[in-house]
Design a protein around this ligand. Structure first.
Ligand code: SF4
Length: 343
């Protein structure tokens, strides 16, 4: 492989080309959402990663540069809560300088997203922001985040993002039966006509600490039906192959919503995503148990060419289709925690 040759796009064993790299920059979070980082596990005494255990910004930049040669074009920064990692703007500037990376996005709970911070992230090169918000009433939302943060705090973050001029500001709502299904229609009403796309996410069996059960899943179809009863929706075409969310448009012109139905309508067939944890482990599926220790590999003094070769061989052997093959047994298998690879 001559590195001066035009790099070929890496394709996995099921013919899926790599395109998206999701990078968790920290396992820490200022929330304790019950379906992701329940307090009884991630509470007092839980040992979070120390700074020296984390990938450095220089190492992340190098990994992004090599993945760009494999065909990665989109980077999503996640956590835990990425805004708790200090100087994140420096990392965004480094990634924005990598040729052929044309989209950098962030998933955040927006509690730390002040107008000043939103502007500095924007000018560092961040293109898009997805904000997690699971309810509009404080009673439900505080029960979900389990740290007493108000809805208004997150709505202020969404406004700050909207004012900072990002290409898009989307809102992610995880829906779980018995937790917040009563908030589906109020959320749809609130974001209807705002230009911000609200995306509903089916409750998933990510990791092993959120006590997932299929009975707690409100399916995408149920979500669409409940909204459509008041605000009629029509299905529209995806923006691109492999788009995670199904798109629905309000018939009255009030914009669109997204529905991510990983449980009821899995979408592994076009999955182009690879995930990097904050300690430099590479996961080829959100529901993987083990990841390749890329940090260790890099710190052995490997060259970029050797790293590229390794990543190509890892991806070319990829056969992941967890959501399409989910069984009662597979749900119980050990899996990496959401807060380690950020969804
Ligand atoms: S379950 Fe795994 S393979 Fe399927 S879409 Fe999710 S990350 Fe991709």
């Amino acid at each position: 492989m001559d590195r001066n040759d035009a790099p070929t796009v890496a394709s996995d064993a099921l013919g899926r080309n790599i395109h998206d790299l999701r990078i968790s920059v920290t396992d820490r979070c200022n929330f304790r959402c019950v379906y992701c980082m329940p307090k009884e596990v991630f509470g007092r005494g839980y040992r979070f990663l120390q700074k020296k255990e984390l990938l450095s910004f220089e190492e992340i930049e190098r990994i992004v540069r090599v993945f760009a040669r494999l065909g990665v074009r989109k980077i999503r920064l996640t956590g835990g809560e990425p805004l708790v990692r200090s100087e994140l703007e420096l990392l965004i500037e480094k990634i924005a300088a990598v040729d052929s990376i044309h989209d950098i996005s962030l998933t955040t709970n927006a509690a730390l997203l002040s107008p000043k911070r939103a502007r500095s992230l924007r000018s560092a090169g961040l293109s898009r922001v997805n904000v997690s918000l699971d309810a509009l009433d404080d009673e439900t939302f505080k029960a979900v985040n389990d740290v007493g943060v108000s809805v208004q705090k997150v709505l202020d973050g969404i406004s700050a993002a909207a004012d900072a001029g990002f290409d898009s500001v989307k809102v992610n709502m995880v829906v779980k039966r018995g937790m917040n299904e009563h908030s589906i229609v109020p959320m749809a009403r609130y974001f209807h006509g705002t230009g911000q796309i609200l995306r509903f996410i089916e409750f998933m069996d990510v990791g092993n600490t959120n006590r997932w059960h299929n009975d707690a899943v409100i399916t995408g179809a149920e979500i669409v039906d409940s909204i459509s009863a008041e605000l009629p929706l029509e299905s529209i075409e995806p923006n691109y192959k492999g788009e995670v969310a199904q798109r629905w448009r309000y018939q009255d012109g009030g914009g669109e919503i997204g529905v991510i139905s990983s449980v009821s309508q899995p979408f592994c067939g076009d999955c182009s995503r690879v995930r990097l944890s904050a300690v430099g482990k590479l996961y080829t599926c959100l529901f993987a148990a083990n990841g390749f220790n890329l940090l260790e590999f890099i710190r052995e003094g490997k060259s970029d060419a050797e790293i590229e070769l390794k990543l190509r061989s890892l991806w070319s052997r990829r056969r992941d289709r967890y959501s399409e093959t989910r069984t009662v047994e597979s749900v119980l298998l050990p899996k990496v925690e959401m807060s380690h690879i950020g969804g």
